[in-house]
Write a protein that binds this ligand. Structure first.
Ligand code: SF4
Ligand code: SF4
Length: 448
């Protein structure tokens, strides 16, 4: 199907006109009429709670851990055929890049400072994922407690409360706790070093074997995965795929790296081990965040946060500090996605599936073995390479992506969305003008 979005189209204004508002009211009234005929009970409107990701998701017993070398951003280093396709796409970006203004470049470079300077593998900086402030070892800044001081002790409930309080107060938008599920931990990091679990290891570290090979070893008692969400500013996402929109992803990762670096050091200073991880390092963040009770997986392949919608970036910390696990939630996203499909319609390159869920991804850059919607990561990556930026159309167009504070996600996700259903709600959204691209000019003219 042809995408509804085109990079070259004039930007539409996000403001909701009176006409569109009245249209929306009309559709809402129609929807309310239809909804009234659907016998939903209050208990059906509440999110369902489970103890494990397997309670709500069909996962094959034969699922295999994913090798990060198969990720689209790592493949060019060993897959010559794919590297040639990336080079071809990058060549197309020359015109786009040459047309960028100084203001756009300033915005794009500044939002990536924290992400790039501190251990982000996407940027190929010297500090890889286990480095810089995302090192697996303590940073030991001033005030780090002396080694002979007794470790902090408390119940898992108390520890969870402390960690969540700390996470929110240093700037995390939301935080949840799930298990370290080895199915979602990479087999290898992007440069090919194996990531292994060990019952005997006491600390997470890189070990050197007698044969000269190295491995990153995670003690098996590091059973808890803290997932941290960083909300991306609404208006920035609405500019996708223009430079302001493209920069918001870096901003989300910068905030995530900042948060998990501090959470990890907080835990180490309490006397325990912690592994902080940003994008594409150590483990797959979407299933970990789902298992931590933060939301559901949508058709767009992303986490749809229960509280914040899809406009978030995820970072994680593994730890051996005993914590209380959060419940996994099902608040009807996948049912809604069944009939919505706005993200698939707005993807410029058909990377989001219009079809029902499947068990297998379209290529080696996906972890098959979970029944879900798979993104074609090759198409997405090649498009982004051709633009030298990061498209977020599948977030911008999503029915669960709304301005914070106006139509918050709890009422939308729990009550409105399931009642109206995906098709009707997405039609209403389009009529109301949601999801339409914001021009950069309008972005800069927004009152501060
Ligand atoms: S980010 Fe990728 S999958 Fe999402 S709309 Fe853009 S190209 Fe498509
Ligand atoms: S746009 Fe619609 S189909 Fe796509 S993730 Fe959002 S709710 Fe689901």
């Amino acid at each position: 199907m042809k995408s509804k979005d085109n990079n070259k189209k004039p930007a539409a204004d996000i403001k909701i006109s009176r006409r569109n508002f009245l249209k929306g009211v009309g559709v809402a009234a129609l929807g309310a009429g239809l909804a009234a005929s659907v016998p939903l009970t209050i208990s059906e409107l509440r999110p369902k709670r489970g103890n494990s990701i397997d309670d709500f998701y069909e996962i094959s017993p034969d699922i295999r851990r994913f090798d990060l070398r198969n990720n689209v951003r790592s493949r060019a280093s060993w897959d010559q055929e794919y590297a040639a396709r990336v080079r071809e796409a990058q060549a197309l970006s020359a015109e786009v890049v040459a047309a960028r203004t100084r203001l756009e470049l300033a915005f794009m470079t500044a939002t990536g400072v924290v992400m790039g300077a501190y251990g982000n593998p996407l940027q190929n900086w010297p500090q890889d994922h286990n480095g810089g402030i995302l090192s697996w070892r303590p940073y030991r800044m001033r005030f780090f407690p002396p080694d002979d001081m007794p470790i902090w002790e408390g119940s898992p409930e108390e520890a969870s409360k402390l960690v969540k309080r700390f996470a929110i107060d240093i700037g995390a938008s939301d935080v949840g706790i799930g298990p370290v599920d080895p199915r979602f931990v990479y087999t290898h990091e992007r440069n090919g070093m194996p990531i292994e679990f060990s019952d005997s290891a006491k600390i997470p570290e890189v070990v050197r074997r007698a044969n000269g090979e190295s491995a990153e070893v995670i003690p098996t008692n590091m059973k808890y995965a803290i997932s941290v969400l960083s909300l991306m500013p609404y208006e920035m996402v609405m500019c996708s795929p223009d430079p302001v929109g493209a920069s918001v992803s870096q901003l989300g990762y910068s905030r995530g790296n900042y948060s998990v670096a501090m959470i990890a050091e907080f835990i180490r200073a309490l006397g325990y081990n912690a592994i902080p991880m940003g994008p594409e390092s150590t483990a797959m963040r979407v299933p970990l965040a789902i298992a931590a009770g933060l939301g559901e997986g949508g058709r767009n392949g992303l986490l749809i946060s229960h509280k914040l919608g899809p406009g978030v970036r995820i970072a994680c910390v593994f730890t051996d500090l005993p914590l209380q696990l959060d419940h996994v939630v099902d608040f009807g996203v996948r049912k809604f996605c069944d009939t919505c499909g706005l993200c698939a319609e707005h993807c410029p390159v058909g990377a989001v599936s219009h079809e029902p869920m499947t068990w297998e991804g379209p290529n080696i850059s996906a972890q098959s073995g979970i029944k879900r919607w798979y993104i074609n990561a090759e198409k997405c990556h090649l498009f982004n390479s051709s633009q030298s930026s990061t498209c977020l159309n599948c977030i911008r167009s999503c029915s669960y992506f709304k301005p914070q504070g106006f139509w918050t996600h709890d009422p939308f996700g729990i009550t409105v969305a399931p009642v109206f259903g995906g098709r009707l709600m997405s039609t209403l959204d389009e009529w109301m003008g949601y999801g339409k691209k914001l021009s950069q000019e309008d972005y800069w003219n927004k009152p501060v």
